[in-house]
Design a protein around this ligand. Structure first.
Ligand SMILES: Cc1ncc(COP(=O)(O)O)c(C=O)c1O
Length: 460
């Protein structure tokens, strides 16, 4: 594969994105009319024309998440290595369901995941697979925890259990767990959203109280989900204490580090993840802070036997297993057919090396600190506390929706609304390794200038 022309094209496109608008202005009718007018599929269209038209649509009708002033929802700018990897994967189209069908791709994934599992401090026999994303990894964790706690769950289902299992997470945890409770048959009421302290971390006393009460009422406390980098505010639950409590209570500890897990590579940040090494399972998305293109989630588990029992499958039409030191992903994960998703993380790591990847992660953390300082200096009030680059802020009387509408109208920056402790605030996350100090100072100047039009008297 010729890297050079692809790189030139990538850089040309990125430069266009960087200079263009961030927020789209698209009505469903407009996009649908465009598609209906051109694509009834009754005649062939040269691929070059289709590609040019799709690119035009992508530029006009989507939020530009790789823009350096997209301060968004963990969606990253992407490394060029991801683009090369995706092109290679589409060209060779390896099938990773079984080891025998794709020895090199399977071993590349395993090599990458084993290395990262080591960084998390998991034992050398821990098992890991790439997932579509964090939601699939969280689903894998819940099903593995159920299988571990209730050996008959796989065959008899929830019907066979004498007590209803319960999942504990903080009120700030990711909402994929509600869907997972629904999907697994546990039911959405099996989730206990434990209250948080003022810094939005799970309140350990409230957690212990909930567990005690549930035991008294005949429930079966199953697992605790500690979030390392909550979606709304970047809070990190007290992982060492959660690990101790899970040991004492005989419960499964899952750490949802979908975004924050990347901090494990950053020398200045990794200590904030202390305790993750005790987790029974971990979610971490490479398509967030590792700046790898979607979809590239990861599920890690310290109990390979449990994972094998959870996802076991036997099908005579599949190639047989290759031996003791290998495993077939389709018998160890949710997916059956499996895309070679891990290549982009492998290639990004190989190209930059751990120091290069760490520098990229640290750069974003530094930009988060610059943003925090710059906002405070301009009279804004930061309302969350995290070492990660996620800043929630407000000022007295701010009408957040009106403020965001103004950001869009002037195409200053992409930010979103968040509700913390019952109050509305603006959420800004540094998700792009391209964001510079100059971008941040320009943004803070511009948003401070528009505030009076966002109906907020400047309160100091
Ligand atoms: C903490 C956390 N967990 C899980 C998820 C779900 O990840 P995905 O969107 O990759 O499925 C997210 C998404 O932002 C998240 O922030």
């Amino acid at each position: 594969m010729l890297i050079d022309p692809l790189q030139k094209e990538f850089e040309r496109t990125q430069a266009l994105i960087d200079q263009g608008p961030i927020w789209p202005d698209a009505a469903p009718r407009e996009v649908r009319d465009h598609l209906a007018a051109r694509y009834d599929f009754s005649r062939p269209i040269p691929l070059e024309d289709v590609a040019a038209d799709v690119e035009e649509m992508l530029r006009r009708w989507q939020v530009q998440i790789t823009h350096p002033r997209y301060f968004g929802l963990f969606n990253p700018s992407t490394t060029f290595a991801s683009v090369v990897a995706d092109a290679l994967v589409a060209t060779y189209n390896p099938q990773l369901a079984t080891w025998r069908t794709a020895p090199a791709p399977n071993e590349i994934e395993r090599h990458t995941l084993d290395w990262l599992a080591g960084r998390f401090g998991l034992p050398s026999n821990a098992i890991a697979t790439f997932t579509n994303g964090g939601a699939e990894a969280n689903l894998s964790a819940v099903v593995a925890a159920l299988t571990d706690a209730f050996p008959d769950y796989g065959d008899d289902g929830l019907r066979g259990l004498s007590a209803a299992p319960v999942i504990y997470l903080s009120a700030e945890a990711h909402h994929s767990f509600s869907k997972i409770a629904h999907l697994t048959g546990l039911g959405r009421k099996s989730i206990r959203a434990v209250s948080t302290s003022s810094d939005l971390r799970m309140d350990l006393h409230a957690l212990a109280r909930e567990i005690r009460r549930d035991r008294q009422n005949g429930f079966a406390p199953l697992m605790v989900v500690g979030t390392a980098g909550t979606t709304a505010a970047g809070a990190i639950d007290p992982l060492p204490e959660l690990a101790q409590l899970c040991r004492d209570e005989g419960m499964w500890l899952h750490v949802d580090a979908a975004w924050g897990g990347a901090a494990i590579l950053a020398p200045s940040l990794r200590h904030y993840l202390a305790g993750i090494e005790f987790a029974d399972s971990i979610t971490c998305d490479a398509h967030k802070w590792f700046s790898v293109s979607m979809a590239c989630g990861m599920f890690f588990c310290r109990h390979p036997e449990t994972v094998a029992r959870t996802f076991r499958a036997a099908a005579a039409y599949m190639p047989g297993s290759a031996g003791d030191t290998t495993f077939d992903p389709y018998t160890h994960s949710v997916q059956w057919s499996r895309r070679f998703a891990g290549l982009k993380l492998f290639m990004s790591l190989a190209e930059r090396g751990e120091p290069g990847m760490a520098a990229m992660i640290e750069h974003q953390a530094r930009m988060g600190n610059v943003l925090r300082k710059s906002l405070t200096a301009a009279g804004w009030r930061v309302v969350n506390k995290t070492p990660f680059p996620l800043v929630c802020f407000t000022r007295d009387g701010l009408d957040v929706p009106a403020f965001l509408a103004e950001l869009k109208k002037e195409q200053i920056v992409w930010m979103s609304e968040v509700h913390l402790n019952g109050f509305s605030a603006v959420r800004a996350c540094i998700t792009s390794f391209k964001t510079t100090e100059a971008d941040i100072h320009d943004v803070v100047r511009a948003i401070t200038r528009i505030v009076p039009r966002g109906e907020s008297p400047a309160a100091r």
